[in-house]
Every structure is written in C-alpha cells, then in structure tokens.
Design a protein around this ligand. Structure first.
Ligand SMILES: Nc1ncnc2c1ncn2[C@@H]1O[C@H](COP(=O)(O)OP(=O)(O)OP(=O)(O)O)[C@@H](O)[C@H]1O
Length: 438
C-alpha cells in the first residue's frame, strides 16, 4: 500500500484540511479524489475496508488524484481525511450484504472442491464466476471484492479480465489473467508479478471480433492447462470481469466468454433484461447459476472522454508507474532488427456481398507483416513471446513498447521500453492503440 507517515498533518493553524467522518455499521464513505492533489486517509477506530481489502488501523494511506472509491464498514468506523476531494459523502444503502452473501456461497464451493479428489476434474473445480452488466454497473469493483475476500480466506483465485477498454490488469487493448494471492491493494491495484497477457491491440472488440474470440479461447486454454497441474488454483476457481457491451455482438461475446471459460456462476449487475436473456439461453446448461445483483449507487459513470483519458493514464502508469516511480528507457533499433506484425488484413467484405461459396479475402486472424514507417509513430506495440510469426496469435506477450520516433533516412526506430537492454523477442504486434505522452 502507499503508506504515508504515521504522524499528524496540517499545523495547528486554520489551513488544516483534516476532517473526521463517523460511519455507522453497514455504511460507506464514497470519495472522488480531486483532480490536482492526492488525498490522505486513515482509519481512526473500528474496522473498514476498501473494495474488500481491510484498512490497517491509524496508518495514513495516500490516494492519487481522480481515484474513485468507497470506504465501507460492517460494524462502524471513524475515518480521518486530509486533502481536497471532488466529492465525498456517506451512504447507508449499499448492496454489500448481497455481495458478501455471494462470496459466502462461493467460499463453500471452494471448500467442497478442495475436499474432493483431485482426479475428479468436475468436483475438484472451484467456482468459475463471470461478472456481466452494462458499462458503469460496478463489474470491476465487484470482481475485486470477490477476489480480495477470497484471498483473505487463503484462496488463490485467478482473476481474468476480458475488458479491453478499462481492464485492470495491464494496459488497454489486452485480455489478461493473474492469480490473486493477497487482498488487492486499494491504491496500487492488481499486483503485476507474472500476468498472462494476450494483446488484441484495440480498445473495442468491434475492430476485429474474430480475433477477440480467438484470444479469449487461447487465454481460457492456457488457464485450463494451469489448473490441471495446480489443485489449489483449481479449487480457488476464477473471477472473470467483462466489458460493458451487452447488446448485439457484445451479447454474443458474453455468451462466448461464458461458454469458453465454462463459467458456472454468472453474476448480472443491475440489468433485468440481460439477466432474463442469459437465464433463458443458459437453462439448457444446467450447471450454470445466473444471479442478478443490484448495482451500487456509488458507481461513478464515465463518458467516452473520461474513458479515453483513463486509458491514457493506464499506459502512462505502465511505463512510469503510479507515482512516477518507474524509469522507462529510450532505446534505438535498426529497422532490420524488429519485425512488426498486425493481425487481420484490412477491411473485410461482408459475406453477403460476395458470390455464393466465396470466402472473404481478408482473414481476420491472418498475421500480416508491416513495413516500418512513420505510421508506427505513437503506437503501443506488444512484444510477443512467439518464436515464429505463425505463433503470434497463440502466444502471450512479454510487455509493451511505445514508438517515439521513426527515422526513415537512417532506418532507425526509437522506442520507450520499461527497462534497458534487448527486447525479449524481435516479434512485435501492432493494433490501433496509440498514446500521446503528456
Ligand atoms: N461504492 C462506490 N463508491 C464510490 N465509487 C465507486 C463505488 N463502486 C464503484 N466505484 C467507482 O466507480 C467507477 C466505475 O466502477 P467499475 O469500474 O467497477 O464499473 P464497471 O462496470 O466495471 O465499468 P466498465 O463498464 O468500464 O467496465 C470506478 O472508478 C470505481 O472505483
């Protein structure tokens, strides 16, 4: 956690911005940190948690600008805050009891899975939970709570994030998974030791729906293999966060994810219609429970501009760290040292526009070599673990680089990488994800 000093802040003068808030049992303090300065906060007495992670007593925690969160208490607490907020208010109506009840059911299933024979692949499998719902229904937040509560109990659930727009494991444009071994830090977020990451390269699945599906399948297959050799992870199960796109193709992609990951608990946040549609189609798959849950009134809505900004901050955070604590390296390579590929060949003609029997010319999962030119400027490229170009789609990625200059005359490319030295592979994947360093 980002701990501050333990001492008091603000002098004895009137400039002090310290404020104390007393929270009654089962209520929460909802906070949006101001745009310009961080906020310090500590638990003075009682017990409280932030999205499932308990606060340590009395220690000041630093929350960066713009962070939106809630401090919830089951039995009552006093909180002290120091700094400016965009908003802060207390709410005593929350869906937390229903959320923790879900956790209790999942916990029971994990214990049963652990107790059963590892040879029985059906019953030794813990719950595979998928969280679905419209944008800004609190999917990521609920996923985080379920993971943190499970980790607090000693489980090691796998977090799978299929949200390429606002995912919380790594930069946008990716689908990823990582085991959660400790309650998630309310400031630092998901630990990034060894996430399993596949690069899709765009912030919306409509750019290449086929590719999105193929990558979801790759990720699911990889986790399945990991579960086979690890009874503890298998019993702990997984929590899958999804995108907020729930209509049309978005709905098809949800069903595809539910089936590909063999989810057996579908949590639907705040949408009656989606819940009944899913119940209807999944009723022939008897082992799937579809559960409707209330959306929290605290979830903050974000418009397209705010989402775009959040994506940009995520990329910045990847290279520079949450509080500028990382030092990325600027490197120069020859054009001939790097091999850049994109997946999918240009716009695809609709099947209906083609003669009967003819296949569309552009295969959405074709790996196409890209000439290095100034079009690469400001793109974020993934460094693939592939050993051959035809392994690019089926390979996860080691990390990302950001192209800062392309010198056509000298045939040199300048890029920012998280560390110095050679890249772990010369195969790079491009999409449409750009970033303007500010
Ligand atoms: N109870 C709460 N109080 C204050 N802020 C909250 C609360 N619950 C969620 N938030 C904040 O609201 C924002 C949106 O929530 P969240 O990311 O969970 O929604 P989502 O449904 O996953 O969004 P998306 O559609 O982008 O995937 C986040 O910044 C989150 O921290």
């Amino acid at each position: 956690m980002a701990y501050g000093g333990a001492g008091p802040v603000g002098g004895s003068g009137s400039a002090s911005t310290i404020k104390q808030v007393k929270l009654e049992r089962e209520s929460e303090l909802r906070i949006e940190v101001g745009n310009d300065a961080p906020l310090r906060l500590r638990l003075l007495n009682g017990t409280a948690e932030i999205f499932g992670t308990e606060l340590p007593p009395e220690i000041w925690l630093n929350f960066p600008p713009r962070l939106k969160f809630a401090v919830f208490t089951w039995y009552g607490a006093t909180i002290e805050m120091d700094g400016a907020t965009e908003t802060d208010y207390t709410a005593d109506e929350t869906p937390m009891v229903s959320y923790v009840n879900v956790h209790a059911v999942l916990d029971g299933r994990r214990s049963r899975a652990k107790a059963s024979s590892p040879d029985d692949s059906g019953s030794s499998q813990g719950p595979r939970v998928i969280v679905v719902g419209p944008t800004d229904s609190g999917k990521s937040t609920l996923s985080r709570m379920l993971l943190s509560w499970a980790a607090k109990q000693g489980w090691k659930p796998t977090f799978v994030d299929l949200d390429i727009g606002q995912g919380s494991i790594t930069i946008p444009g990716c689908i990823a998974a990582t085991p959660i071994e400790m309650p998630i830090d309310p400031v630092e977020g998901i630990p990034l030791e060894m996430p399993l990451v596949y690069y899709y390269g765009h912030a919306t699945p409509s750019n290449n729906v086929e590719l999105y599906k193929v990558l979801v399948k790759e990720l699911a297959g990889m986790i399945e293999r990991q579960f086979t050799g690890n009874a503890e992870s298998r019993a702990s199960g997984m929590v899958i966060n999804t995108m907020g796109w729930i209509e049309g193709v978005g709905y098809d992609l949800l069903l595809h994810a539910i089936r590909t990951f063999k989810a057996n608990v579908v949590l639907v946040l705040g949408q009656e219609k989606l819940c009944s549609m899913l119940k209807d189609v999944l009723k022939s798959e008897p082992k799937v429970d579809v559960v409707k849950l209330q959306r929290s009134g605290g979830v903050v809505s974000r418009n397209a501009k705010v989402r775009q900004k959040a994506r940009s901050y995520r990329i910045r955070e990847y290279f520079y760290g949450l509080s500028n604590d990382l030092s990325p390296h600027s490197n120069i390579a020859n054009f001939s040292d790097l091999f850049v590929y994109r997946v999918g060949g240009g716009p695809q003609a609709p099947r209906s526009a083609l003669p009967i029997g003819a296949e569309p010319a552009a295969d959405p999962t074709r790996v196409v070599p890209v000439n290095i030119n100034r079009d690469l400027l400001h793109l974020v490229l993934a460094v693939s673990f592939a050993k051959e170009p035809d392994e690019i789609i089926s390979s996860n990625v080691a990390g990302f680089i950001y192209v800062t200059d392309v010198d056509i005359q000298r045939k040199k490319i300048t890029y920012l990488a998280p560390s110095a030295g050679e890249l772990p592979s010369k195969y790079l994947i491009m999409g449409s994800l750009t970033w303007l360093e500010t």
